[in-house]
Design a protein around this ligand. Structure first.
Ligand code: NAD
Ligand code: UFG
Length: 371
């Protein structure tokens, strides 16, 4: 298949592009590089021996989307592009609604007008909000509690409406739990800008000496060791879920939703100790107050994904932390910074006024189209 992957230079996108190339698909990435480096795609090419073509463009620019669809006529779209920091979404909700909701609306319009109706969308367990239970099933009411989560919820509802309007739409909504880890090669991984918000990248940066200490947000939750419990999912298992969902979508119309998690929760302390074993280093930590908005414990019921798309997670916590450590220890500063002369000279997002959308770094992908 010819597949267009929005946000394909990012963390989860690059791992999915890798699997798509390994499966023999023709892959095109549409990304504004606001939170990613084209070096990730260079490395994917180095691992797979095949290349994805990068189209530097912004979802907020309808013309750029139309150009790409007119040129490529893809068979399907996997849609990762979006902003994802919960705290930032509280401070800048309009930026989040614009990028995530308007961006997706633009994408759907471009798809429809070019007769492309198969889509896999990156949703999140955050759409459930505080569900009042710890094991989340897909039939729980969606009730996101922060602007980021609400953008995902609104997009999910938009996708349901679109699929309800005509059988031509074949849509998968994947509700990710907590993606962590890296490709086993250690060549690609998560490379957050600034201070990491999430546990695993924070622990990795402490282990590698970039940060002095991990702050554990609360040890008085009603969990076995008092620290927060989450369902961590290896990013390569998560990437594989996209291929399974895509295959299902080929023969099934509608807007389907699946939880993508292991079905097993791990506490902050368990993750910390697993990371210490994998890295052979002590990870200094301090106990601090709870982080506002955090829940004590939740994890996926992944039964539906296993039954309907034949997907289940294969990798456990030890593999997640070992792969994370391989990536972080061999790339302590993430992807290398670019020579400014190599930066793509198109920055469409500037016209759109999306802050933080300047290309983060660029090292010149093998084949790039500037829109
Ligand atoms: P990421 O930031 O690494 O990747 C997102 C990519 O989208 C980046 O390459 C960025 O440059 C691009 N992008 C953003 N806005 C764009 C726009 N307007 N036009 C074109 N490109 C744009 O994030 P990720 O962790 O790989 O997440 C991918 C998706 O999965 C996101 O939609 C995110 O909300 C969702 N998700 C992530 C997590 C997580 O913990 N990582 C959890 C649940 C859901
Ligand atoms: N934690 C710490 N210290 C840190 C970071 C996190 O103790 O420095 C704790 C949190 O309190 C929580 C656990 O580690 O108990 C996991 O926190 P993360 O920030 O890694 O992940 P969250 O579960 O809070 O949220 C993540 C994404 C959201 C997404 C959600 C989906 O950040 O975008 O998973 O389940 F919506």
């Amino acid at each position: 298949m010819r597949i267009l992957v929005t946000g394909g230079a990012g963390y989860i996108g690059s791992h999915t592009v890798l699997l798509l190339l390994e499966e023999g698909h023709e892959v095109h990435v549409f990304d504004n590089l606001s939170n990613s480096s084209p070096e990730a795609l260079n490395r994917v090419a180095e691992i797979t021996g095949r290349e994805a073509r990068l189209h530097v463009g912004d979802l907020l620019d309808q013309r750029q989307l139309d150009d790409v669809f007119a040129e490529l006529k893809p068979d399907a779209v996997i849609h990762f592009a979006g902003l994802k920091a919960v705290g930032e979404s509280v401070d800048f909700p309009l930026r989040y609604y614009r990028n995530n909701v308007t961006g997706t609306l633009n994408l759907l319009e471009a798809m429809d007008s070019h007769d492309v109706h198969t889509l896999v969308f990156s949703s999140s367990a955050t759409v459930y909000g505080d569900a009042g239970v710890v094991k989340y099933r897909e039939d729980l009411k969606l009730d996101a509690v922060n602007p980021y989560g609400r953008t995902k919820m609104h997009v999910e509802q938009m996708l349901e409406d679109v699929a309800g309007s005509s059988d031509k739409w074949h849509i998968a909504r994947l509700r990710y739990f907590n993606p962590v880890g890296a490709h086993e090669s250690g060549r690609i991984g998560e490379d957050p800008t600034g201070i990491p918000n999430n546990l695993m990248p924070f622990i990795s940066q402490v282990a590698v000496g970039r940060r002095p200490v991990l702050r554990i947000f609360g040890n008085d939750y009603a969990t076995p060791d008092g620290t927060g419990v989450r369902d961590y999912i290896h990013v390569v298992d998560l990437a594989a879920a996209h291929l399974a969902a895509l295959e299902y979508c080929i023969d099934h119309s509608g807007a389907h939703a699946w939880n993508i998690g292991t079905g097993h929760g791990s506490s902050v302390m368990e993750v910390l100790h697993a990371f210490e074993r994998a890295s052979g280093r002590d990870i200094p930590f301090e106990l601090v107050d709870r982080r506002p908005g955090d829940l004590a414990e939740y994890y996926a019921d992944p039964t539906l994904a296993r039954e309907e798309i034949g997907w289940k997670a294969e990798r456990g916590l030890e593999e997640m932390v070992a792969d994370n450590w391989r990536w972080q220890s061999t790339n302590p500063d993430g992807y290398p910074d670019a020579d400014p002369a190599d930066l793509p000279d198109t920055d469409p997002s500037e016209e759109d006024g999306v802050k933080g959308s300047k290309p983060k770094r660029a090292t010149g992908p093998n084949e790039t189209t500037k829109l």
